[in-house]
Design a protein around this ligand. Structure first.
Ligand SMILES: [Zn+2]
Ligand SMILES: [Zn+2]
Length: 331
């Protein structure tokens, strides 16, 4: 099979021909049809996440067809359509797993980071962490749902349900999905892009954002909650400044630059700052359940597998509107 491989951090991926992996008893072999490129992949490739398996096949927004199943698998069949997310394995026995917080599992393994992922024609995954998908998701546009969508959804659920005015800082793959869900639920979305990024602001407006502006602009109304998707620590005090008393600021990314010191006044008034780490299997089930009643259209830019480096570079420069997705040609 062909795969794009990270041999060492801070180096371009290398196109390689590798043997098709064999599934263990509790794994399935998947013929990948599409794999989204998540910002987390950039943090892995750039060495900001420091513990990757090496060499590594990145990618954790995988859509594919089951090509073979391990001996112990009884609930997934060859030919099934599946989605594979970031959470690739949990131990089931640590303190967090026992508390239904498997997203915090001490022994978790992550797709495209500590397990090989989907920048390849085939991959293996532990069956318990695959989502079986209905045929409507059998396309490249569905790939970003597996992380951008899911993590956005988890972050959104950290917000008090009564929150009406919701700020989204960094209007990329996650926010462009989440704005559609928030709108469908009658929320007002305030979209913050890089300062002066009129293209992204127009994009956000087109998807139903109530207010758009640069990240240093003051929104037209106080926010009840803010979700930060951009990996920029300086947005934390800025978002705290924008949220009203009792509001929360949710950091949705796995990596962020240093948060500058700020005055306690910004936190006072029972404002909350918290992060969102990984996902649980239940998040995935709840998310796909929600999508039965809310229509989400993802905007994607498609690249061939061997164009992964080019796609990554465009994402890094903020030049992707919506999400970048790799598709496997000739399959
Ligand atoms: Zn665990
Ligand atoms: Zn991701």
């Amino acid at each position: 099979m062909r795969a794009m491989v990270l041999e060492n951090p801070r180096q371009p991926l290398v196109l390689k021909k590798l043997p098709i992996p064999r599934p263990a008893a509790d794994q399935v072999l998947i013929r990948v049809t599409a794999c989204g490129i998540c910002r987390t992949d950039l943090h892995v490739i750039d060495g900001e996440l420091t513990q990757p398996k090496l060499p590594l096949i990145p990618g954790h927004e995988i859509i594919g067809i089951v090509a073979a199943v391990g001996k112990a698998i009884t609930n997934i069949y060859t030919g099934d359509l599946v989605g594979i997310p970031w959470l690739g394995y949990t131990c089931g026995t640590c303190k967090y797993c026992r508390l239904d917080k498997e997203n915090l599992c001490e022994n978790a393994r992550f797709t495209g980071y500590t397990l090989d992922g989907g920048y390849a024609e085939y991959t293996v995954a532990y069956a318990k962490y695959c989502f079986r998908l209905s045929e409507q998701y059998n396309n490249a546009s569905s790939a970003p749902l597996l992380c951008a969508g899911l993590i956005g959804f988890r972050a959104y659920h950290m917000i008090d349900r009564s929150a009406q005015n919701i700020g989204m800082y960094g209007f990329g793959a996650a926010a462009h999905i989440l704005v559609q869900i928030a709108r469908a639920q009658g929320k007002k979305v305030f979209a913050f892009t890089r300062d002066g990024d009129k293209t992204s602001q127009q994009f956000a407006r087109g998807l139903g954002a109530y207010w758009v502006g640069g990240s240093s602009d003051t929104p037209a109304e106080k926010l009840d909650a803010a979700i930060i998707f951009a990996p920029a620590g300086e947005l934390v005090p800025k978002a705290l400044q924008d949220v009203d008393k009792g509001g929360s600021v949710i950091c949705g990314g796995i990596h962020m630059s240093e948060i500058p010191a700020f005055s306690y006044d910004l936190l006072w008034g029972e404002r909350v700052v918290r992060s969102v780490a990984n996902l649980t299997r239940k998040d995935g089930l709840d998310f796909f359940e929600l999508l039965r009643s809310v229509t989400v259209q993802t905007q994607t830019e498609l690249f061939l597998l061997e164009q992964a480096n080019e796609a990554i570079d465009k994402l890094r420069k903020g030049k992707i509107e919506g999400a970048a997705v790799l598709v496997m040609a000739g399959k």
